[in-house]
Design a protein. Structure first.
Length: 358
């Protein structure tokens, strides 16, 4: 008879996509580092996947330092410091749209070619981001047991299905990470990995907790989710731009409550099955009944021993908004990047003070 009882437990960090808002996740990780919370799994999509790669495969061995330097490298210093916040957001996002970001993405109209408007399915090339990322990551370090497991999600352009990369099974390159960041609504190019053409994982799910559970279905989880898009907004939109902004927030905000509820329901079912199994083991069975019981044993093992992750704790670090601007995720101004890092660290210190202590 199989007597296995699961006992492993993992601390999981889940990072959303959100363009320049990913600087907030940098601040959250700085807090995690300060609080000495050990991470077993880091999962992300889009900019969250890029942040996750730096955390898990930090070249220097100091991921908090590397992640902050990465964001300061992406920050642009063209937008004047003296502008009010709303004007800074608008000016920086317009600058990014027109001139790109030399360390992240370049518009095709700045690349010597005049046929892009007719022959290209995208507007921006993210080759510069690949070069910047490789300054801060060493993918061979993912095989070190001291490093957290890395899970990055993307979307297959041709079949619309999720494409999941997992450092436990995949040999990561920058293409695997960038495949998660091709957001077509902003004109960002897809990435080819093998024979697959991949877009942003945000198209299917901006909070890849379900993918973490599927990748590691045995161990129970204590989860930290960074929610870049506010779940609640009391005031109604006043114009079409604010309506689009609010709709975008709703589409991209954390929607894992259902996954957590299902996890709890499944755990109750599994506990009931286990109790029934244990009772049957103590009951004398005739030859025919024993044979049927043995036939069910392998199926029991699959259900009770190879699946059944329980979400034991979940903490959400939520970014708050002072104003509502549709293209806030394209504001790479140095002032905004620094402010996001600071607020992410402050919010996480407060939210995670008791993480893992219950």
């Amino acid at each position: 008879m199989i007597k296995k009882e699961k006992s492993c437990e993992e601390n999981v960090l889940v990072l959303q996509g959100g363009g320049s808002l990913g600087a907030y996740e940098c601040g959250v990780y700085k807090a995690i580092h300060k609080l000495k919370i050990k991470l077993d799994v880091v999962a992300g999509t889009s900019i969250g996947g890029i942040n996750s790669a730096i955390i898990a495969a930090s070249k220097s061995g100091d991921p908090a330092k590397d992640l902050e330097e990465f964001w300061l490298t992406l920050a642009e210093t063209v937008t004047p410091h003296f502008l009010p916040e709303r004007m800074r957001e608008i000016s920086s996002s317009v600058y990014s749209a027109m001139w790109g970001n030399s360390n992240a993405f370049l518009p095709l109209w700045l690349i010597p070619s005049f046929d892009f408007m007719y022959n290209s399915p995208y507007l921006y090339d993210i080759t510069p981001l690949k070069k910047t990322l490789e300054k801060f990551v060493n993918y061979s370090k993912l095989k070190e047991t001291s490093r957290p497991r890395l899970i990055v999600t993307s979307t297959d352009v041709q079949n619309g299905k999720p494409s999941i990369f997992d450092s436990k099974y995949d040999n990561f390159t920058s293409d695997h990470v960038l495949a998660s960041a091709g957001y077509p609504f902003y004109g960002i190019s897809w990435t080819r990995v093998g024979n697959r053409y991949l877009w942003d994982g945000t198209l299917l799910s901006n909070t890849p907790l379900r993918e973490v559970i599927d990748a590691s279905p045995i161990c129970d989880k204590k989860v930290i989710i960074v929610n870049l898009f506010p779940r609640n907004q009391e005031e109604l939109p006043r114009n079409m731009s604010e309506s689009w902004h609010r709709a975008r927030d709703i589409m991209h905000t954390d929607k894992t409550d259902q996954s957590v509820r299902i996890s709890k329901i499944i755990s109750r079912y599994l506990l009931m099955i286990k109790k029934m199994h244990d009772i049957l083991e103590t009951v004398p069975l005739d030859e025919n009944s024993k044979k049927k019981f043995d036939e069910l044993e392998s199926e029991y093992h699959k259900l009770a021993c190879e699946r059944g992750t329980i979400i034991k704790e979940i903490v959400r670090v939520e970014r708050q908004e002072e104003s509502h601007y549709l293209f806030e995720d394209a504001d790479f101004s140095i002032d905004t990047v620094k402010k996001l890092i600071q607020s992410g660290e402050r919010d996480a210190i407060r939210s995670l003070a008791n993480f893992g202590k219950n």
